[in-house]
Design a protein around this ligand. Structure first.
Ligand code: HOZ
Length: 431
């Protein structure tokens, strides 16, 4: 594969941008080789600057549930572009998107828009602390809630990918009220509440973890979090930045029938443009300024272009309620075929899949928490990643990120994905 132009752009970028990239996981550091520079996207495919074409399983790390350059979203953006793209004043668009979200996610009565998932979770934590007048926060190892200081403790995503012991530059004081516990471990949560219950403002959790690879909640994990937090009058925060509008119309909370106090959104809510949001019951949300004392603001919050993309995305979702079961069927089919191929090739794998989110771990047993995710053989993963690239599949360049399907993938794309994965697994079996 010719990647000369990507390589040249990467070398030039190294001189001007730290690591040549604007977000660490893109750098291919954990899988080797240089990042591909992308020129354009067409439906389920991306094309790099050297003209190589790949089936895209990154989907911009989740937002592109319909694939690239969906014509309706493109048209809506063109229309808004002609009207102006930022006013620093309210627009009807924000109201309409808020209405759709509160309809689709009933636990959310009011919602505040921000510009990224990081901002959403950072603000949700401040709100939980302001509402409860308590300081401590429970998070789970391997979950990643953006790069706000207080949440960078035992994080997944890029921190896990690069094998970093959390981040430099985070003062001890900012994480001293953060309690990281093992995912899916209800006993550990109970114990933490027995020890610090009166001081715990909230529990933040990815209801389906996506930042240590895809790790589903065990039956009753989320309900236990609901029961314990309610008992101790702490808030339950679902970080649905990745799962919101991806696993079901109402997110993971709809799938598992558990109602959080605060939900954070990102990715799909902006249709691929920078939008985040946090929302919850009116009593809690009315703690936010200008009504209440919890301050949070943003010049570009509710940006008309970004909100337009989000609005059009959620409208398309609402017109096609069957899309989630189709995506889940596709995901199950891929996972099943790859399991079989891995078995035949003598490669040990553990594949987690929920709807259109999935991860192939090169591990012996089930992966239900961060410690188990870390048992995956990352050398084999790196080889798998490169073999997938040879098969014209753009797979996430990290063991600790999810792969995604999009509705732009038809039968031939799913066949391409299954065949490519099988070929890669067969090659691994021979090495
Ligand atoms: N936060 C994204 C999902 N894990 C990864 C993308 C990135 O860090 O660039």
């Amino acid at each position: 594969m010719n990647t000369n132009i990507s390589n040249r752009l990467y070398q030039e970028s190294l001189a001007k941008i730290p690591g040549g990239v604007n977000s660490p996981v893109r750098a291919f550091k954990s899988v080797g080789g240089n990042p591909l520079f992308i020129q354009r996207g067409e439906g389920a495919w991306i094309i790099d600057v050297d003209g190589n074409r790949f089936l895209d399983c990154v989907c911009s790390w989740g937002p592109l549930i319909f694939g690239h350059a969906h014509p309706r979203i493109a048209e809506a953006l063109r229309h808004q572009l002609a009207l102006g793209w930022t006013f620093g004043a309210p627009t009807e668009l924000e109201l309409r998107l808020a209405e759709i979200i509160t309809h689709m996610v009933p636990s959310v009565e009011k919602v505040r828009f921000v510009s990224s998932g990081t901002e959403a979770t950072m603000s949700a934590i401040r709100l939980a602390r302001g509402f409860t007048k308590r300081n401590k926060i429970i998070k789970f190892e391997g979950c990643y809630h953006g790069h706000a200081d207080c949440l960078l403790a035992k994080s997944g995503s890029g921190i896990a990918t690069l094998g970093l012991p959390d981040s430099a530059g985070v003062p001890f004081g900012t994480t001293s009220d953060t309690i990281p516990l093992p995912y899916n471990d209800v006993d550990a949560v109970r114990k933490a509440f027995e020890d610090y219950g009166e001081d715990i403002a909230g529990v933040i959790v990815e209801p389906i973890a996506g930042n240590m690879g895809c790790v589903p909640p065990m039956p009753s994990f989320l309900q236990s979090l609901r029961d314990i937090t309610s008992h101790f009058k702490a808030l339950l925060i679902f970080d649905e930045v990745m799962t919101g509008f991806r696993v079901a119309k109402g997110g993971a909370q709809e799938l598992y029938h558990v109602k959080p106090d605060i939900t954070t959104f990102g990715k799909i809510i902006g249709g691929g443009l920078p939008v985040g949001a946090y929302g919850g019951g009116a009593e809690i949300m009315d703690m936010v300024a200008p009504v209440g004392p919890v301050y949070q603001a943003g010049t570009l919050s509710g940006n008309p272009l970004a909100i337009t993309a989000g609005l059009e995305t959620l409208m398309i979702i609402n017109e096609d309620p069957g899309m989630y079961s189709r995506l889940d069927e596709m995901g199950r089919h891929v996972a099943q075929e790859w399991r079989l191929a891995a078995h035949e090739a003598g490669v040990r794998v553990s594949i987690n899949q929920i709807g259109s989110m999935f991860t192939l771990f090169f591990a012996d047993g089930p992966v239900l928490n961060y410690a188990q995710a870390l048992t995956s053989d990352t050398d084999i993963f790196s080889r798998f990643f490169r073999l997938m690239q040879e098969q014209e599949i753009y797979y996430p360049p990290s063991q600790y990120e999810c792969a995604f399907l999009s509705t732009a993938m038809g039968d031939s794309e799913i066949d391409h994905l299954i065949r490519g994965g099988k070929e890669a697994l067969r090659s691994l079996g021979k090495q």
